[in-house]
Design a protein around this ligand. Structure first.
Ligand code: SPM
Length: 288
C-alpha cells in the first residue's frame, strides 16, 4: 500500500482501500517503531492524545485507550456463551489483547495461540506491556505460522476459537474464506463456538455478507454482533459467530463479581445488546 507510514503535518491517516475516499486521522507525537517484517509494515506510534497506537500495513490495529472494548467483546462473548470452555485457540492478535482476556477465565485449561508474524509479538511485548501481558499466562502455547494451516491440522480439539485477524488484504486474507471456516468447524469439540473479526456492516458490506453466509451454511447456530471502537473506521467493528450448540446471544454462565469488576466494556447487557442490529443490516442478512 502506498500510504504506509505517511504522516502529513503530524497527522497519521488510515487510508483503507476497503473504504475508498474517506480517512481516519490521528495526531502523532513520536514514531516509536517502524520496520517491515517478512509479512507486513509494522508501525508503533505515540499519539498526541490517544496513547500508543499499533498500525499494520497502514491500518490501525489498536490504540491504548479503546483496545479494551474490542478485546473484551471479541473474547468474552464467545467465552461466556460457552457453558465450560477449557481448551481455547486464538488465531492472530499478535499484540496479546485477546489472550489477556481469555486468560481471565479460570475454567480455561489450555490456550493455543497461532500468529503468523513473530515481530508483532516482539513489538507488543516491548511497547504495549499492559496488552501483551497475555503472553505471560503459563496456559498459553505459542505457535508461529499461518493460521489457516494451523487450524486445518487440528480436529475435534477446541471449545472456543477466536480469530483476531487484520483486514482481508495482506497476510490475513485467507482467514475470510470458506475453507478456513470449514477448518474452524472441524477443529471444534461438540458444543464448540467460533468468533471472528467481522469488519463493518456500514463500510464492508460484501465482506460481512460473505462471512455471514459462510457461517450460516456451516453452523447450526449463527449470529453477528458489533462493538463500539472509536479508532476503527466508522467507530465500530463486527464479530461473526458460529456455534455447534450453545445459544450465542446471551451469557450461558454467571459472570462472577470479581471477574466483572476487572472489565470496562463487557457485561451481560452488552453481550445481549451487541446482537441487536440496525434495520438495514437485518435486511442485508435476510435470506442469504
Ligand atoms: N488485537 C487487535 C488486532 C486488531 N484486529 C482487527 C483490526 C481490524 C482493523 N480494520 C478495521 C476495518 C478497517 N478496514
Amino acid at each position: 500500500m502506498e500510504n504506509y507510514n505517511k504522516i502529513v503535518d503530524g497527522w497519521f491517516s488510515e487510508i483503507c482501500p476497503m473504504w475508498p475516499g474517506v480517512a481516519l486521522s490521528i495526531k502523532i507525537k513520536e514514531v516509536l517503531y517502524s520496520k517491515r517484517s517478512k509479512f507486513q509494515q509494522i508501525d508503533l506510534y505515540q499519539t498526541s492524545n490517544f496513547g500508543k497506537m499499533l498500525v499494520l500495513d497502514g491500518i490501525i490495529q489498536l490504540t491504548e485507550p479503546d483496545e479494551f472494548a474490542y478485546h473484551e467483546m471479541l473474547a468474552h462473548v464467545p467465552m461466556f456463551a460457552h457453558p465450560n470452555p477449557e481448551n481455547i485457540l486464538v488465531v492472530g492478535g499478535g499484540d496479546g489483547g485477546v489472550l489477556r482476556e481469555v486468560g481471565r477465565h479460570e475454567c480455561v485449561k489450555h490456550i493455543d495461540f497461532c500468529e503468523i508474524d513473530e515481530e508483532v509479538i516482539k513489538v507488543a511485548k516491548e511497547f504495549l506491556p499492559d496488552i501483551a501481558c497475555g503472553f505471560d499466562d503459563p496456559r498459553v502455547d505459542i505457535h508461529i505460522g499461518d493460521g489457516n494451516s494451523f487450524v486445518h491440522a487440528q480436529k475435534n480439539k477446541y471449545d472456543v476459537v477466536i480469530v483476531d485477524s487484520s483486514d482481508p488484504i495482506g497476510p490475513g486474507e485467507n482467514l475470510f474464506e470458506r475453507p478456513f471456516y470449514e477448518g474452524l468447524k472441524a477443529a471444534l469439540r461438540p458444543n464448540g463456538i467460533i468468533a471472528t473479526q467481522g469488519e463493518s456492516f456500514f463500510l464492508h458490506k460484501d465482506c460481512v455478507i460473505n462471512l455471514v453466509k459462510i457461517t450460516r451454511e456451516l453452523f447450526p447456530v449463527q449470529a453477528y454482533s458489533y462493538i463500539l471502537v472509536p479508532t476503527y473506521p466508522g467507530g465500530h467493528i463486527g464479530v461473526c459467530l458460529g456455534s455447534l450448540g450453545p445459544e450465542l446471544k446471551k451469557p450461558n454462565r454467571t459472570i462472577p463479581d470479581d471477574f466483572q469488576n476487572q472489565l470496562k466494556y463487557y457485561n451481560s447487557d452488552m453481550h445481549k445488546s451487541s446482537f441487536v442490529l440496525p434495520q438495514f443490516t437485518k435486511k442485508m442478512f435476510k435470506g442469504i
